[in-house]
Design a protein around this ligand. Structure first.
Ligand SMILES: NC(=O)c1ccc[n+]([C@@H]2O[C@H](COP(=O)([O-])OP(=O)(O)OC[C@H]3O[C@@H](n4cnc5c(N)ncnc54)[C@H](O)[C@@H]3O)[C@@H](O)[C@H]2O)c1
Length: 455
């Protein structure tokens, strides 16, 4: 195991000590409820635009639309083509981005176009693998939404395509490029929470759309929806608008709570810790409330053992998600170490350092004296116990930074953090959660070799 470097740990403590001194003179900080609070603004310097990049969107629903809006904020990027299986989405695309867009139902027509440099793949999960591979083999750079693949068996072929084509391939867990994740990674490296022992993540939702009961357009029919193509790589069924528009609820197309939500936290956690992932995965849960014919649970609890690796000591992770609670909480990722904890979002990190309590217990004082530790009655200025690192107000956010990283890599031949290997290592424990839940058994995984382990 690589220990946290002593010098960076000392630097961190020195920096925080300077911050404590600032508390005493009232700069940079403010006191609230007797707690010293440290506040640091996180900033990003804008890069310079380079060559023009022509972009195409495959899958123009909720996230595809959002991705294009974000991508077009990056200078010198142009949307030239859109593909979708539902006519209504193609019509919406021309309303948003202009009548001169090339529109099609067939992603292969997009891939054969010479004027397309890069594609965003924002289809339901069961199409990610094939379109990604076909796109890279057709010479396109790919931004593929998370989870990278729909089944554990599908990852290696994407990695192979990326390696063989040398194309830029980035998975869409945007948090990985955010200031918040970057700061957490630096703080962990600097020893701010000591050795990581435990991590946890949580979501609670209750609204119908939060629970994937999306509206079904009134004109949904075999005329407006290319159903045959939608199911062409999975179980054959007759047209079902609910399955098409609420695909997340069905196992043939979606990846449940784990593939939809846990995967974001795996991506962030692996980025912050440099981890390859867990070696033991167990999930439990059930369908408790949204009994609308869905095939996936609305309460899911996952536990994960992270083995010792070159980057970290062993630790445990617990992830919870429910669509039955409208009263509390929201997404969070917490890392707990031997000296404190960090709450991490894309825009901020709240660091809490364990406070050493001075004891007046005579036995304790005696033991301290015996150990040669000076014990004084005099009150001290205590170090701050809570530090907030928050992005500046005009920060464009993790999603924007993620596209900047994607386009920079295309323009400058740079490296992508969330490439196919990273994307598979984040998707795998999420997909194995579903396998664990469905088979009611713990699953063993070798995160470094990216292979299942026989029990
Ligand atoms: N990164 C994030 O924060 C985030 C957030 C939401 C969704 N997502 C991911 O984005 C993807 C899309 O999710 P969504 O919420 O936008 O779903 P959506 O249903 O709103 O959109 C999917 C679109 O893909 C189209 N489509 C289906 N099969 C297709 C095919 N073979 N070729 C072309 N178009 C096809 C559908 O007609 C639909 O318009 C999913 O993989 C999801 O996990 C990521």
């Amino acid at each position: 195991m690589k220990n946290i470097s002593e010098s960076s740990r000392r630097n961190f403590i020195k920096k925080m000590a300077a911050a404590s001194a600032a508390v005493a003179v009232g700069t940079n900080m403010f006191a609230a409820e007797n707690k010293a609070v440290y506040f640091e603004k996180l900033t990003r310097t804008p890069g310079s635009p380079n060559d023009k990049i022509n972009l195409a969107l495959i899958g123009a629903g909720g996230m595809g639309t959002q991705d294009v809006i974000t991508a077009l904020k990056v200078p010198n990027v142009k949307l030239v083509a859109v593909c979708d299986l539902y006519k209504g989405r193609l019509k919406d695309a021309t309303t948003k981005w202009g009548a001169d867009l090339f529109l099609t139902r067939s992603y292969r027509e997009i891939l054969s176009r010479k004027d397309v440099d890069a594609v965003i793949i924002a289809t339901p999960d069961h199409w990610h693998q094939q379109i990604s591979i076909d796109a890279m083999r057709a010479g396109k750079h790919v931004y593929c939404e998370k989870p990278m693949v729909h089944a554990i068996t599908e990852g290696p072929a994407v990695i192979k395509a990326q390696t063989e084509t040398g194309k830029i391939f980035q998975v869409g867990s945007q948090g990985v490029s955010s200031l918040g994740n970057e700061k957490a990674r630096q703080l962990l490296k600097d020893g701010a929470i000591g050795q990581l022992n435990y991590a946890e993540g949580f979501w609670a939702r209750h609204s119908p759309t939060g629970a994937w009961q999306y509206p079904i357009p009134a004109d949904a029919s075999l005329d407006t929806v290319d159903w045959e193509t939608f199911i062409s790589n999975t179980t054959k069924r007759s047209f079902d608008a609910t399955r098409f528009f609420r695909w997340r609820n069905y196992r043939d197309y979606g990846t449940g709570m784990a593939g939809d939500l846990f995967v974001h936290l795996f991506s962030s956690l692996h980025f912050i810790t440099n981890s390859f992932g867990p070696n033991k995965i167990y999930a439990a849960g059930g369908l408790r409330y949204w009994k609308d014919g869905r095939e996936v649970p609305d309460v899911l609890l996952g536990t994960f053992d992270y083995p010792q690796s070159a980057a970290h000591a062993p630790f445990n992770l617990s992830l919870r998600c429910n669509f039955v609670d409208g009263t509390s909480g929201t997404t969070y990722l917490k890392l707990v170490g031997s000296e404190g904890s960090m709450d991490v979002t894309w825009d901020s990190v709240t660091l809490k350092r364990n406070k050493t309590i001075e004891s007046d217990d005579p036995f304790y004082i005696e033991q301290m004296k015996k150990a040669g530790t000076p014990v004084s009655d005099r009150k001290r200025i205590l170090a701050p116990e809570e530090y907030t690192f928050a992005a500046e107000k005009d920060y464009l956010g993790g999603p924007y930074d993620h596209f900047v990283n994607f386009f920079n890599a295309i323009r400058n031949g740079g490296k992508i953090t969330e490439d196919a290997v990273f994307g598979y290592r984040a998707a795998a424990p999420a997909l194995l959660c579903n396998d664990s839940y469905n088979q009611d058994t713990a699953i063993l995984w070798n995160p470094e070799n990216m292979q299942l382990v026989k029990k």
